[in-house]
Design a protein around this ligand. Structure first.
Ligand SMILES: Nc1ncnc2c1ncn2[C@@H]1O[C@H](COP(=O)(O)OP(=O)(O)OP(=O)(O)O)[C@@H](O)[C@H]1O
Length: 594
């Protein structure tokens, strides 16, 4: 339990500063609530028997001091006093609830931002070790579960606990026997939750897994729409979706119906107890009717608050059980990212963020040198890149070729600074890129095989990540011309303002690649890393893409992963990779000849 609370405390981050204030609000609103209810008993007693004021020295003292002598005056005063107290209490109750709701919703908004920030700034290794549907689920579902079923539930639970304690004190002062009866009414609910705790946990975990399955199936089925349609495997994804949706529905409906149980149980048991209490009091204990009416009036009104307060407190306990997995998931993610940040850059999240955000590029005048670079994926025994050393002069174009699995993409990911080698170094003019990775990345433009395109205009896709008001149109035009996109843009009515659809569905493969080239050129990167598209581009388009790249030879330093030998003819050097090593290197003709 302590570990669980510690995790919640950690996830709360800066929001925990507001907790003392929240408790203060709860205490005041609970006190006002109890005071309002507590005054009803004496009011009913005085109304039914005004003589009691004269008999009670404290009451006659108070009303004497207030100069109220007539019964009419006392009743009017008490009526106004109770009405004002209730209005104040209700207003306080409403605003305290509003405050709690605001706090929880704001905390969820903060958590979404924190997780989104942490995922965006996580290292690439962490990212590829995760499934994107689990990250999406954490940001959408788990933050919701944390804020509503844990945080909000806990805050309501604590506020109800305050109310219950005050109500119990009030009841104890009114009638101890009735309090004991009421308390024992709550016992079955406590026992029920205790015996159901494992099931509650299981339902919570199952609904979370099922939701992740739903997101994953959507990603697979709709994300690969073309393949799904052509292969005709829609029923396969439908079956997956049906199983996940059913599991979610079952787990969620069990959890939701359990949520109602405390209220139903408490109401039933309480009514049975009160009725039995009246009967026993009258039949066996022969208590005075006036006393009974006064006690019962307090209990009746207290029960109006007691039933929702107790049932909400019980449902808090139930919610905490069914969401037991949520703090574990969020804590594990936030902690792992925090640790990776400090291990990989020896700095805090904030300073890493600053390090990743600056825009100064590294000075590059002479050459890039890879020295004895070794990289092994954490899941493999053998290194994917094994002792690679090479040198690229400024303005040169080089290509990596080799069989599938030879290590080309891994080597390029290392050069891009996405993967950090276990040993060896990469230097630019003698300076290690790991001294300031961002400065190195500000020098590099990456054009992957399948360009990631936004469902937005051509203009925003080229100026990727630059706010509209900061787009430099002169640079945009130059990039469009160099990437041979002018003809396409001239043909479409809205030109650069044309939307290209989700993942660029409205463009051809070659056009998408050229948008990628224009993007790298717009960002004026000195070194271009290009993963050549393997999809069979038609001759005309392939020629255009190759021309666009060749036109940059000499002006930019170009690193290509080549899948077709025909496209590397113009390169200064070609490296043939095999099982993570450079097997041979030289001019295109030398490699072909060997
Ligand atoms: N995320 C990963 N985790 C574990 N092993 C990986 C990972 N990515 C790649 N590998 C392994 O590393 C080796 C090199 O893979 P890499 O993708 O670099 O080859 P490649 O030459 O680019 O292949 P292709 O031309 O097919 O893209 C392969 O054996 C591959 O299975």
């Amino acid at each position: 339990m302590l570990q669980y609370l510690k995790k919640i405390w950690f996830i709360l981050g800066n929001s925990k500063r507001q907790i003392p204030l929240l408790f203060l609000v709860f205490t005041i609103s609970s006190l006002a609530e109890t005071l309002g209810i507590g005054m009803l008993g004496p009011f009913f007693t005085i109304v039914s028997d005004p003589q009691i004021i004269e008999q009670n020295s404290a009451l006659s003292g108070i009303f004497g001091a207030l100069r109220i002598s007539s019964t009419r005056g006392v009743i009017t005063f008490l009526c106004i006093f109770i009405a004002v107290t209730f209005i104040l209490k209700s207003a306080l109750y409403f605003f305290s609830k509003l405050y709690i709701l605001k706090f929880s919703h704001m905390h969820r908004a903060n958590m979404i931002q924190t997780l989104n920030h942490a995922y965006l700034y996580s290292d690439y290794n962490y990212f590829i070790s995760k499934n994107s549907s689990s990250l999406i689920k954490n940001i959408t579902l788990e933050t919701q579960e944390f804020c509503y079923k844990i945080l909000l539930s806990l805050l309501y639970g604590v506020s109800n606990l305050f109310i219950l304690v005050f109500l119990f004190v009030l009841m104890a002062a009114t009638d101890l026997l009735l309090l004991a009866a009421t308390l024992s009414a709550l016992l079955p609910v406590v026992l029920l939750i205790y015996f159901m705790r494992h099931r509650l946990k299981r339902w919570g975990r199952k609904s979370s897994e099922a939701l992740q399955g739903i997101i994953k199936t959507l990603n697979h089925g709709l994300g690969g729409f073309k393949e799904t349609r052509v292969i005709g495997c829609a029923p396969y994804f439908e079956a997956q979706m049906a199983s996940n949706a059913k599991q979610y529905a079952q787990a969620a409906s069990f959890a939701a119906s359990f949520d109602m149980l405390p209220r139903i149980l408490i109401e039933t048991v309480l009514v049975v107890f009160i009725v039995s209490f009246i009967a026993i009091s009258q039949l066996f204990l022969s208590r005075s009717t006036d006393l009974l009416i006064s006690s019962l009036s307090v209990f009746a009104v207290a029960s109006i608050r007691l039933v929702p307060a107790a049932s909400q407190l019980m449902s808090t306990i139930g919610n905490l059980q069914s969401t037991r997995h949520v703090p574990d998931i969020l804590y594990a993610d936030l902690k792992e990212i925090e640790q990776r940040f400090s291990v990989s850059s020896n700095s805090s999240l904030g300073s890493r963020e600053r390090a990743l955000n600056h825009t100064v590029a590294m000075d590059f005048q002479q050459q890039i040198r890879l020295s004895n670079v070794v990289y092994r994926y954490s899941t493999s025994l053998d290194p994917a890149i094994n002792d690679v050393s090479l040198e690229i002069q400024k303005g040169e174009s080089i290509a990596f070729i080799g069989k599938s699995g030879a290590g080309k993409t891994t080597l390029v990911d290392i050069i891009l600074g996405l993967l950090t080698p276990q040993s060896g170094d990469i230097t630019v003019d003698g300076v290690s890129i790991y001294r300031d990775l961002r400065a190195w990345q500000n020098l590099v433009g990456y054009i992957p095989q399948s360009i990631f395109l936004l469902d937005d205009t051509i203009e925003r896709n080229i100026a990727f990540g630059v706010p509209d008001h900061l787009i430099d149109y002169r640079r945009l035009e130059q990039a469009i011309a160099a990437a041979q996109l002018e003809e396409l843009i001239a043909q479409i009515p809205k030109g650069i303002h044309t939307r290209i659809g989700e993942r660029g569905v409205m463009l051809s493969g070659g056009q998408r690649q050229r948008i990628g080239i224009a993007r790298a050129l717009y960002h004026e990167r000195e070194v271009l890393v290009l993963d050549e598209a393997t999809s069979a581009l038609d001759n005309e388009t392939e020629k255009k893409v190759s021309e666009a790249i060749q036109a940059l030879s000499g002006k930019k330093t170009i690193i290509i992963i080549a899948h077709r030998l025909s496209t590397v003819e113009h390169c200064n050097r070609v490296y043939l990779l095999e099982t993570g090593k450079v097997l041979r290197s030289g001019k295109y003709r030398e490699i072909i000849a060997s």
